[in-house]
Design a protein. Structure first.
Length: 326
């Protein structure tokens, strides 16, 4: 023990905390010396390079370039917002209205419109189809675009647009004609002779048109109905022409009789059908179907009542024959 009554510490076992502190201080000193030597090794020219770069930018970049860059960034942000927000069409329409208003004020307002060739469409419908309205100016009206819009209307087969300055517009159209009614998947539409769907059937003014049914019937109707028209007796009795399997036609007569026509040589089948009705009143008989699909063979399907009557007739004949034999 020492003179103070405390236990003497051993020199062989110093405190670990003191050793760690001394080591940390030494490491910091060595790091400072190494960094100082690195700074001294850097060449003066390398230390001056950032300042030279700034000087070059100030010399060659035009004045107010920063302002211009800021404006471009703001415009780009606004444009991105318009595109992302789906407002491009609204912006374009607004700019077009402003441009047309200026042209109208300068004397290029459309004051007269002449539309030739329309029968089914009204003047307002033609103008709406072409995108022409009360704000349009003749100066900025694109005749080619108006023509393309008009031809996109199913009723219009062709169109010509003429601009007559300072304020007259002439539109000549060629309309399609309503040719037939086409039924497909429960929907009834008015079609032209080239198969174009003109509009859904909603007006009784088209009720007298012939009816064709089935997929593909709209494009094949013109040729088949032209062939059917050669046999007025069959045509007059027909309620609908049904295109089956996109290959052949059936006829549904007004009294419900089904005529199954062959895939080929339809003209001869219609001729034979017309002859049978003239000579034997085929369409007035108690039958439900006539099958003409097999060449040179005609099969008739009797109605249920007619089949029963025929069966009873055969039974009577058999009984009479047995009685006679006896």
């Amino acid at each position: 023990m020492d003179g103070g009554g405390r236990l003497a510490r051993s020199l062989r076992s110093p405190r670990p905390q003191a050793d760690l502190k001394a080591a940390a201080i030494g490491a910091v000193v060595l790091l400072r010396e190494w960094l100082g030597s690195r700074r001294a090794a850097v060449k003066p020219l390398e230390r001056e390079q950032p300042h030279r770069l700034i000087a070059l930018l100030e010399r060659y970049v035009p004045r107010r370039a920063g302002i211009a860059a800021t404006v471009l960034i703001l415009l780009g942000s606004a444009g991105l917002g318009i595109v992302k927000g789906g407002h491009v069409e609204e912006l374009t329409s607004g700019l077009s209205d402003i441009r047309n208003a200026i042209a109208n004020s300068a004397g290029f307002r459309i004051t007269a419109v002449a539309i030739n060739g329309r029968r089914q469409l009204s003047q307002d419908e033609v103008l709406a189809a072409g995108g022409v309205n009360g704000r349009s100016s003749l100066l900025f009206l694109d005749a080619a675009i108006v023509r393309d819009k008009l031809k996109a209307n199913p009723w219009i087969a062709d169109a010509t647009v003429l601009k007559l300055y300072p304020g007259q517009l002439q539109i000549d159209i060629v309309e399609r004609s309503a040719f037939a009614l086409w039924q497909q998947d429960g929907r009834l539409s008015v079609i032209s002779d080239d198969g174009a769907v003109l509009q859904p059937y909603a007006s009784r003014r088209f009720i007298s048109l012939p009816l064709v049914v089935g997929k593909g019937a709209e494009t094949r109707a013109r040729d088949f109905l032209a062939l059917l028209a050669r046999y007025p007796q069959v045509q007059a009795a027909t309620k609908a022409a049904i295109f089956v399997g996109e290959r052949r036609w059936n006829l549904r007569l007004k009294d419900g009789l089904d005529i199954r026509l062959p895939e080929n040589d339809v003209g001869n089948a219609l001729a034979a059908l017309s002859k049978l009705d003239k000579e034997d009143r085929l369409f007035s008989r108690d039958i439900v179907a006539v099958d003409m699909r097999l060449p040179g063979r005609l099969t008739v399907q009797l109605s249920e009542d007619a089949a029963k009557a025929r069966e009873e007739l055969f039974k009577d004949k058999k009984l009479k024959k047995k009685a006679g034999d006896a």
